[in-house]
Design a protein. Structure first.
Length: 131
């Protein structure tokens, strides 16, 4: 479950990063278009007036996405820490399970040795009593 949470958080982070890159590309393209129109003197005065506001809105959107990215990265770090703790806990349980299994095997071998020793004693006692 923790691994799934990490994957989901990483996916969301990548989506936000992609939106930031798209926003950067749109801003760059807007400036290139503006420069091209200025070079060809085909720029409408209304477009010149609205261009700074348009760029400001794009940068605002990018800033909001950047803040969302930072928040998502903090969340991703927390989820990764949760995954790390879950893996440590699982590993600890596996080690304890292995130790318990080894202890059980030792007890089983000891009981088997005692049983075989008892059979040997019983057999030797019978052979002494029949002589």
């Amino acid at each position: 479950m923790a691994q799934q949470k990490v994957a989901e958080a990483e996916h969301k982070r990548m989506q936000i990063l992609r939106r930031i890159q798209e926003c950067d590309a749109v801003i760059d393209q807007a400036f290139r278009d503006q420069q091209q129109k200025l070079a060809h003197e085909a720029l409408d005065p209304m477009q010149m007036q609205y261009f700074p506001n348009y760029i400001w809105r794009l940068k605002q959107s990018r800033f909001q996405d950047f803040q969302a990215l930072q928040a998502q990265e903090r969340k991703l770090m927390a989820v990764r820490e949760e995954l790390k703790q879950a893996l440590i806990k699982k590993k600890s349980l596996d080690i304890l399970k292995d130790k318990d299994h080894a202890k059980y095997r030792q007890q089983l071998e000891k009981a088997e040795e005692e049983f075989l020793a008892e059979i040997a004693l019983t057999r030797s006692a019978r052979t002494l009593s029949t002589r």
